[in-house]
Design a protein around this ligand. Sequence first.
Ligand code: PMP
Length: 355
Amino acid sequence: MSRFFSNKYDALTPYTPGEQPRDNQYIKLNTNESPYMTSELAVKYASEEAKRMRLYSDPECTDLVKKAADYFGIETDEIVFTNGSDEALNFAVMAFCDEKTGAVFPDITYGFYPVICSLNNIDYTEIPLNDDLTLNTEDYYRTGKTVFLANPNAPTGVALPLEEVERIVKENPDTVVVVDEAYVDFGTESAVGLIHEYDNLLVVQTMSKSRSLAGGRLGYAIGNRELIRDLNTLKYSTNPYNVNRMTMAAGIGAFEDDQYMKDNCRKIIETREKTKERLKALGFILTDSKANFLFAKHPMISGGDLYQKLKERNVLVRYFAKPRLMEYTRITIGTEEQMDIYIRETEDILNGVKE
Ligand code: PMP
């Protein structure tokens, strides 16, 4: 830290993203990217747009917003696009939390939530999940705080039924409930259909996972127009051109090529369920993940050891060196072939541990 770094960040521990190795030798199952290529239409639109890079991008994202509003059946002022959904989440903390209204989320959830709270000097409360990593809906009633709920949750993959999400929204009428649906396309019902009923519901989604655009950085928030106006106030006060031209064009292509996304999600779900069964047969204990990853522990090997041994065999998974998570690894669902290799190496490691 330089001697000039503001002391307002004394308590800040930055988020640690998953490894992004530069050499491409790993089977990369560590950051929940899609194993399938970006839609060709999205790539074509982005390439055409690259010719116009000289000019600033449209801060209102007009064409993309229109496309998305049609897609979701909402008005154009009920959505805002951001540089990845991480930016939407940060805007939500900036907009809806303060010294009176802190934030609340589970003790095991997306690790970026506590970071953006610290960044913005916001108090947060972490409510412990049950031992089986499920969540008690009632713990989130009448919180008096801004609720952050990843559905399905990360890194557990456990999903809440829409009725329970709605109940949480209903039971917090005077604070905003942010439903982070980064993994919703892999088999969870979205809360987007409820935004006209509840003025305190903000749904955040991303193109990073199901739409194979992690490197494009495109996320969005959908909600009541007043909430969206608040987020826009912050967007225009920090980075009005937050979505670049190529990404905006890619986003339009991705919405137009919706069937491609749905086909990929179907494949990923099939591979997930198959891998779940294979891991159970090897003695793993898993959550019922509805995301594009599995969260698994084995009585014979710690998460850290398994992560390290798999890495030595060029398979990269995610491991969290935190209480309650140390036993687990999180495995992104790759192609069938990638998962075959992952299973084979895992089985081999377990056999070595047994000997
Ligand atoms: N929410 C959750 C639950 C996530 O796991 C991630 C991915 N790290 C994000 C949001 C952010 O994704 P992105 O910024 O790529 O849209």
